[in-house]
Design a protein around this ligand. Structure first.
Ligand code: 5GP
Length: 114
């Protein structure tokens, strides 16, 4: 068995985080190094999928639930508009291989992009 991911350790409350939402399938918390006024991570509770391509192929309903969760959180924490980022692969900036969506919002209008 490989070590649990950092995000699984957050889900299991082994690492503290600022959790803003949780249900039976996903958890959302504030990114520790925010790149926008609102920067949340939406993470499936399963770490079965390393990236969004695997998730889309294996459980598209879970991917749709992540998008829905991002939309709800953007309404709660910003004006409802948001940027959704999935880094896919190390050379694209992915550092944690437990699929997650970055929800970036607030003050990202043209000319002020992160
Ligand atoms: P990636 O680069 O894999 O797309 O995104 C990983 C994200 O996780 C980064 O934005 C990073 O700041 C965030 N992160 C890494 N470790 C922790 C942590 O322990 N707690 C929280 N809240 N975020 C983390």
């Amino acid at each position: 068995m490989s070590e649990p991911s950092i995000f699984t350790r957050i889900i299991n409350r082994e690492i503290p985080s600022d959790i803003v939402f949780e249900d039976d399938r996903v958890i959302a918390f504030r990114d520790i190094a925010p790149q926008a006024p609102v920067h949340l991570l939406v993470v499936p509770k399963t770490e079965q999928y390393a990236n969004v391509v695997e998730l889309a192929a294996g459980d598209p309903a879970l991917l749709a639930h992540m998008v829905d969760t991002a939309n709800n959180l953007a309404s709660e924490h910003a004006n409802g508009e948001f940027r959704l980022v999935f880094n896919n692969g190390a050379t694209a900036g992915q550092t944690i291989f437990h699929v997650h969506a970055h929800v970036l919002a607030g003050g990202l209008e043209e000319g002020n992009l992160a």
